[in-house]
Ligand binder design. Structure first.
Ligand code: ZN
Length: 345
């Protein structure tokens, strides 16, 4: 049975392959397919060309994955029998000109596909060594996968300077997936019996101490990883260059700056409004006028005993021995009324 990544969207096998590999899979070699090819066109090309070229996978410009040479067979991709016997090769749709940039969907799929390949072959780490001779002299450990590039084996720009500048990012991101790291901004509080909590270089107690956190300290973890199991807890929080065991960490709500309370003005304005009641001699309503005289328009008639608010007193037309008018608000309407018909509420 042929082996394909579960991420494969379409399979069309190419006759251009050497059959079973002569080495175990220990490498991943990403290439750039010059031109934003679809997997349909890419697979069709490899299936029909007389140029004797192929790859294990093609990532099309929309991020879909095409299967071309099954994983157990050696593809003809990197101008090196030695490399392709060890490597799963992946052609990635790129721009037509240098630096042969990938679309985001393509690069993201390259990360996922590489992580998937590593996981299925029991690898915990994807390694990028930029120096060709050092890289090719390196023998990966059982749980390591090595990245290689076409330009090491032939006079070509492949995989392009765009990807070349991201090879270490690719290795880091894939390794992060393999090690179960989850980026986080969780806030933790150190809770020990009182002693300081050691920060370790690696998420285990046999690695060297690189710092400490006092009991009671709250901090925002940069990431959380799986590591040595301490008393039933195997998560470690990375902070300030070291790992702290989750056994001694209490997740706390994210601390946000408190909303500042409004504070009173240094000298609050004195109250200028007072409650009054309409009190006419006859029980008739009182006119609230636009100005302090009886010629001014009546805005509203205020029934006897109505509650009103007075903000000010002004001098106005003399009526029945009173020339004091009150600036008054009644049911949202403001005007003037003769003050002798008001009484304190
Ligand atoms: Zn190439």
């Amino acid at each position: 049975m042929a082996t394909w990544s579960p991420l494969t969207n379409k399979i069309r096998e190419s006759k251009d392959n050497s059959g079973n590999r002569t080495y175990k899979i220990t490498r991943i070699t990403p290439h750039c397919w010059v031109g934003q090819v679809s997997i349909e066109n890419g697979l069709a090309y490899f299936a029909t060309t007389e140029r004797q070229v192929s790859s294990n996978y093609i990532i099309g410009s929309d991020g879909r994955v095409g299967g071309c040479v099954r994983e157990e067979w050696r593809a003809w991709t990197s101008s090196s029998r030695d490399n392709d016997n060890r490597a799963i090769t992946i052609e990635c749709a790129s721009d037509t000109k240098s630096p042969y940039a990938f679309k985001t969907a393509v690069y993201e799929k390259l990360i996922k596909l590489s992580a998937d390949i590593c996981q299925r072959y029991g690898k915990k780490k994807l390694i990028w060594i930029s120096d060709k001779s050092k890289a090719l002299a390196y023998s990966p450990k059982d749980d390591e996968m090595l990245l290689t590039v076409h330009r090491w084996f032939s006079d070509t720009d492949c995989p392009g300077n765009w990807l070349m500048s991201r090879m270490s990012d690719l290795a880091e991101k894939v390794t992060a997936i393999l090690q179960g790291e989850t980026p986080t901004t969780d806030t933790y509080k150190v809770v020990t019996l009182g002693n300081a909590l050691r920060l370790r270089a690696e998420p285990n107690t046999s690695s060297k101490q690189v710092g400490y956190l006092d009991n009671g300290t709250s901090f925002k973890a940069e990431k959380v990883v799986k590591g040595q199991n301490i008393g039933g807890v195997d998560t470690w929080a990375y902070y300030n260059g070291g790992y702290a065991s989750g056994k001694y960490l209490l997740p706390t709500p994210v601390v946000t700056d408190p909303t500042p309370k409004p504070h009173p003005d240094p000298e609050p304005p004195k109250p200028v409004t007072q409650k009054y009641k309409v009190k006419t001699n006859t029980g008739a309503p009182l006119a609230l006028r636009a100005a302090s005289n009886t010629k001014a328009v009546c805005i509203v008639w205020m029934p006897n005993k109505s509650e009103v608010t007075v903000t000010d007193f002004v001098q106005g037309q003399m009526i029945g021995g009173c020339d004091q008018w009150a600036r008054t608000t009644y049911k949202g309407k403001s005007g003037y009324c003769l003050s002798k018909y008001l009484t304190k509420a």
